[in-house]
Design a protein around this ligand. Structure first.
Ligand SMILES: [Zn+2]
Length: 366
């Protein structure tokens, strides 16, 4: 058995060092494992807050990580993509390679650090270029937006991983570990050192806390808000009774999902226009599940209908949020144009993969 990397910390004085050596000796006597002093280093004092070694391949930092420290990660990913680019791999194959290999390389670092924005952007750019063109260098604009690329396949996206969102989620996991008081050394340390029996959810870091700790606390705040951010006003009213539950779009009825997306007069105008454009959209029913089941037609027709429905839901919600947060009404024409535009792009993209869609192109583009 051998231990690869072990870091021991102590005060830089003689008695602490002697105690450390004694501890190593008793460990060695008990376990039979000997310290290889030829492979060991002693570091006294840190220059510029940088640790002169890497631990399990990642740099050890007390301050904010910069592009320079992440250069090796970006280089490794670039080298991998360049090897793949030499082979003629299909779009589906490229998507898989990225989601498994590159995502794995990225998440190893992302589970420990909050990576700088430019690093995430650079990696996203490399893998976006490779996904769409098969080479690592930038050549042409992708067919659909990055946001759409990252949607799940069931939401008519490609299912690529959104690296920035993943990075945030992994750090949010740390904040969750603190909340759960997990039996982990650093969680215990956080409770001892910072929280001191205070509630984690109400905790704010002091001004002189480290950059990284402040960042973790900031993500905790976002996480807290996301948990309380409920999708419709009616649900919100359960927590905030004084909150208005009337639909902002028509001011005629309570706002729940069924109303907002289907039975509201605002939504009805949009759906009636879309039904005139694409006849495979079913009649409105009184439940979303029933509505989904009634989507009929060939596979291609159904997929187009799903794309329209998904876009309609998205843009109706956006119009509603815009009205609430910007206090500005949007005419139904605007979401209609955006929905059609998004669906056209989607169908054009699908038809570049399969000729089954080509017979609907004229219809959709009309
Ligand atoms: Zn309404």
């Amino acid at each position: 058995m051998c231990v690869n990397d072990l870091l021991l910390f102590c005060k830089a004085d003689l008695s602490s060092l002697q105690l450390l050596m004694e501890a190593l000796t008793s460990f060695s006597n008990a376990a039979g494992l000997k310290t290889n002093f030829h492979k060991s280093q002693m570091i006294i004092g840190l220059h510029d807050n940088t640790f002169p070694l890497k631990y399990l391949g990642v740099p050890i930092m007390a301050s904010k990580l910069t592009m320079v420290e992440c250069a090796s990660l970006v280089e490794k990913i670039m080298a991998r993509v360049q090897i793949w680019a030499a082979g003629n791999i299909s779009f589906v194959g490229r998507a898989r390679l990225i989601n498994i290999v590159i995502f794995g390389m990225h998440s190893y670092w992302a589970s420990i650090f909050l990576l700088p924005k430019e690093v995430t952007e650079k990696i996203t750019q490399i893998y976006g270029n490779y996904l769409w063109t098969g080479v690592s260098a930038y050549k042409k604009a992708p067919y659909i937006s990055w946001h759409q690329t990252c949607l799940l396949k069931s939401q008519r996206g490609i299912g690529m991983k959104d690296l920035a969102a993943w990075n945030k989620a992994t750090i949010a996991k740390l904040t969750w570990a603190v909340a759960q008081k997990k039996e982990v050394l650093w969680v215990k340390w956080v409770h001892e050192r910072y929280l001191k029996n205070k509630s984690w959810w109400d905790y704010t870091p002091s001004q002189d806390a480290s950059w990284y700790w402040k960042k973790i606390c900031k993500i905790k705040e976002e996480f807290k808000q996301a948990h309380h951010r409920l999708p419709t006003k009616q649900r919100l009213a359960k927590f905030l009774p004084q909150n208005e539950t009337l639909c902002i779009m028509c001011s005629e009825d309570e706002e729940d999902e069924m109303h907002l997306f289907f039975t509201c007069n605002y939504a009805k105008i949009i759906w009636s226009n879309l039904t005139g454009w694409w006849k495979f959209i079913p009649e409105m029913t009184n439940s979303t599940q029933m509505f989904r089941r009634q989507i009929k037609g060939t596979r291609t027709q159904k997929q187009t209908t799903y794309a329209i429905v998904a876009a309609a839901i998205y843009y109706i919600r956006s119009a509603r949020n815009h009205t609430i947060f910007k206090q500005q009404k949007i005419t139904p024409t605007q979401p209609i144009l955006l929905i059609k535009d998004q669906v056209k792009t989607r169908v054009l993209f699908l038809s570049s993969c399969s000729n089954k869609y080509s017979k609907y192109i004229d219809l959709i583009l009309s």
